[in-house]
Design a protein around this ligand. Sequence first.
Ligand code: PLP
Length: 393
Amino acid sequence: MSEPNAPKPPSDAPPAFAKRSLAAQALGRVDPVTRAVVAPLHVATTFLRDPDNGYRSGFSYARPDNATVREAEAVLAMLEDAAAGALLFGSGMAAATAVFTALEPGDHVVAPRVMYWGLKRWLNAEMPRRRIAVDFVDMDDLTALERAIRPGATKLVWIETPGNPLWTITDIAGAAQLAHAAGARLAVDSTAASPIHTRPLTLGADIVMHSATKILNGHSDVVAGVLAGAVADMFWERLAAIRSGGGAILGPFEAYLLMRSLRTLPLRAAAQAAAAAELARRLQAHPCVSHVLYPGLPDDPGHAVAARQMEGGFGFMLSIRVRDGEGAAIATAARVRLWKRATSLGGVESLIEHRASVEGPDSPCPPDLLRLSSGIEAVDDLFADLDGALRNT
Ligand code: PLP
């Protein structure tokens, strides 16, 4: 008989706690040596070999694997419901390009017309050299996707939802069905949704990618990327091999900071999405704004699909089009005092950017567009600052 109130022996069954509870405690792991409730930072690049020539700890060298990176990957896999696990990379671009690097010459890809411009530029530059054809289509139109897919030849459908910087929505379940019917995989850049608002693997996607530089880390002090997988198949193994062989793993300091951030991700994502929704609502009535692009607005073209596949909010990103055109948009960004005039997104500080200046003439981004990343400042301050900048008062 055990004593009353004796601690129960640990169970191997996964705990039935909410994701928010599991994230807050980084899965509740305790360091077995010190009983510390925060996992230690492992910086070693090499590990002692056993006398019998083995590596019983499972670690031999830091390029293929790192214990701190594994800790952050476990939290990310939990957040994404990723049965195959997660792989952290040195940037979002390193994670995304690993997926395309895993394709074979002759393969065909369908990707979005509206997507992160840096990846689109890389695809246009690199895919022809590898004899991989890419068609760019409007992914908010599943008929256009269906037309672009070449059954048997299309090996990857890449979507980004909400799509940067117009925040167009793609129906993940619909795209997965079309991709799978043709023998292709579906990969989703879910950076602007975060696993708090969308879990693409539960909707049929095979791979989900994030720039972890954005809201996953959320403090504008880490560059990182992640892939999470539904199935540990040969393609997933190949992604792990590309990371390891190419030396693209995230560094342990960055993984440590990222894990610290993941503990508060549910709080930050909810607050930033609430701020974005409120700003979108107020800006829609602003006399200097001609359009507000935000899938949380009931009249947004992507709202119905977003309402179906997003939960707990519609994300922290929105864009506005300034009624008086490009010059007025650039002047507005020059006048703000609280918003930071800077690229990137997802941090606790709100950012404003004239996107066409960055993306160049081939971009689908209108010249009068300002991209807004909502942080955690008081929403009244954010609105008042933007209102003054728009009105030049
Ligand atoms: N995907 C999206 C949607 C992004 O916004 C970005 C960066 O802005 C990336 C991917 C690339 O990520 P990183 O800058 O971490 O390489």
